[in-house]
Design a protein around this ligand. Structure first.
Ligand SMILES: NC(=O)c1ccc[n+]([C@@H]2O[C@H](COP(=O)([O-])OP(=O)(O)OC[C@H]3O[C@@H](n4cnc5c(N)ncnc54)[C@H](OP(=O)(O)O)[C@@H]3O)[C@@H](O)[C@H]2O)c1
Length: 327
């Protein structure tokens, strides 16, 4: 496992970050522990969660993934200082007009709640999950800065922000000497390139911002298990999903999967590993956030450690998906 600096900071994170979005949704606590143990043994020291995970599961108030992490940390107390814990704030966590968003009121309470669920007294990376257009960015950054100064948060980051707002946050932090954003968390993978590559990627390169992309397999599509004309895999997240159906019905994506399969076969790897290796070959990327429902799925993904695409293979995959940048 390689460890990389998170943006310009001195913080070292593993080249793979473990996502936890499915914990409490399609993956139960026992499964989650197995996934954490497997990840930790393989050298992953970076875990990403959010207070809202997994609020979209039926009758779920949110906070479940954080609770699982906290319980796991409790049973392996010694490992807290070995883990870089990233969580997020923004989603609805309680009733009423201030139960979501990025106001000072919401952020301070949400952070205290996350700390309690995570059984820890500090969060390594506290991220705004998405912009809140009803709160001035300055208010949000001041609240985050207070958490940093209080020792409850080490670093701050943004997720799902457009480039102009990331840049604006840097100006505000600079002007008022507030803690600055050190990383962004964009949606990015081989079949979802434009959103990150058009403006965010050059911004991150210019400003030295760390990049921890989410959904590197596009929710499972880039494992190759969804194929045109074939029934969708039963019980998988994309089953019956409209967006997944669109990906499957696009012949350009099917050609991509065929080429990825050829590369995978050559190295005795899986299509998913090729998808992650493509991302790791981009020096702007710090650490893709991988999602696994089970320890065996994670085991497959971990085999990407030490595997790199050749320059020609990367170029081929770039070219096969370049059409996205011209749409
Ligand atoms: N900031 C944000 O707004 C945001 C949004 C989304 C995610 N995230 C973060 O990013 C993490 C990863 O996102 P993601 O789950 O969408 O990532 P992903 O890598 O695109 O999809 C992961 C899913 O692919 C399937 N899969 C994974 N490995 C597999 C294997 N070896 N064989 C077959 N299927 C496999 C599993 O789903 P099935 O078993 O159901 O097929 C798994 O849940 C999340 O956990 C979360 O921490 C952040």
């Amino acid at each position: 496992m390689e460890y990389r600096r998170l943006g310009r900071t001195g913080l070292k994170v593993s080249e793979l970050c473990l996502g936890t979005m499915t914990f409490g949704w399609t993956s139960d606590e026992k499964n989650a522990y197995q996934v954490f143990d497997t990840a930790f043994k393989a050298g992953i020291n970076f875990i990403d969660t959010a207070d809202v995970y997994s609020r979209w599961a039926p009758n779920n108030p949110g906070g479940v993934a954080e609770t699982y992490i906290g319980n796991w940390l409790n049973t392996s107390r010694k490992t807290r200082d070995q883990i870089v814990l990233a969580t997020k704030v923004r989603g609805r966590m309680w009733d009423g007009p201030n139960g979501d968003g990025l106001s000072r009121v919401h952020i301070i309470k949400a952070a205290e709640d996350s700390l309690r669920r995570l059984h820890t007294d500090y969060i390594d990376l506290y991220q705004c999950h998405a912009p809140d257009d009803t709160t001035p960015l300055e208010e949000t950054l001041r609240a985050l800065d207070d958490l940093v100064r209080a020792g409850k948060v080490r670093y701050i980051g943004l997720s799902n922000y457009p480039a102009w707002q990331v840049e604006k946050s840097l100006w505000i932090s600079d002007k008022y000497s507030l803690a600055s954003v050190v990383s962004i968390q964009p949606h990015y993978n081989l079949v979802w390139r434009a959103e990150f590559e058009r403006e965010l990627m050059p911004l991150c390169e210019a400003e030295g911002i760390g990049v921890i992309p989410y959904s590197p397999l596009q929710g499972g599509f880039l494992t190759g298990k969804y194929r045109k004309g074939q029934p969708m895999p039963h019980g998988a997240r994309g089953e019956g999903n409209e967006r997944m159906t669109r990906f499957v019905n696009d012949d350009r994506n099917m050609k991509l999967l065929d080429e990825m399969q050829t590369i995978a076969t050559m190295y005795n790897k899986s299509i998913a590993q090729v998808a992650i290796a493509w991302m790791l070959s981009n020096p702007t990327i710090t650490s893709p956030i991988i999602g696994a429902n089970t320890a065996s799925q994670l085991g497959d993904l971990l085999s990407v450690i030490g595997f790199r695409l050749s320059v020609e293979e990367k170029k081929l995959l770039d070219e096969l998906t370049a059409w996205q940048l011209t749409q």
